[in-house]
Ligand binder design. Sequence first.
Ligand code: FMN
Length: 197
Amino acid sequence: MSDNPIKIALIIGSVRGGRFGPVVAKWFAGQAERHGAVEVDVIDLADYPLPLEMAPYGELPPPEVGAVWAKLSAKFTAADAFIVVTPEYNHAPPAVLKNTIDWFKNEWVAKPVGLVSYGGVGGGLRAAESLRLVFAELHATTVRDTVSFHNSWGDFHKDGAPSSPEGSEAAAKSLLDQLVWWGEALRDAREKRPYSS
Ligand SMILES: Cc1cc2nc3c(=O)[nH]c(=O)nc-3n(C[C@H](O)[C@H](O)[C@H](O)COP(=O)(O)O)c2cc1C
């Protein structure tokens, strides 16, 4: 383990009953642990419900939402980088994931984001690609490589391991290598000179 690991907030972007997201997230967290240069905080959006009705622009959320919002804000602020685990719902990320992204602003700025997707034949890639546009608007940078699982429900054994691990493990390593490079570069840059957005 590095003595100054990149802190990754790993976001589970689906919350529906019977969801597959935690299986993919758990596997990726294991890959991150193996990688050695990162520290992972798994953030399950099911534990942080935020309403669709957002606070007026520039205002803090109302008290009944405030505690959840503040907890997530602290976790996102502490992160040097993000991994977003997203399925694909109708060619897009789940509404709960987009809603959570929209609730925050400075927390994302000048940080790298890695995308891990899963779904049917498309492997969630349309959802992942559409998130690049969203994060660009937030001054976050998505890294090039992704990990994706096609027809994901048949792609994992009951113990949570992918049925053909070699390709997925290599993809996870590339993604993590790129995330660490950007994470270190941007952490250094933010320390030297605050990003002005
Ligand atoms: C409302 C809904 C829409 C979906 N749309 C797509 C889709 O457009 N493309 C795709 O590949 N899979 C689609 N799927 C399949 C999901 O990607 C798959 O069921 C995945 O496991 C969902 O993630 P979750 O189980 O973590 O909620 C859809 C599933 C749901 C529930």
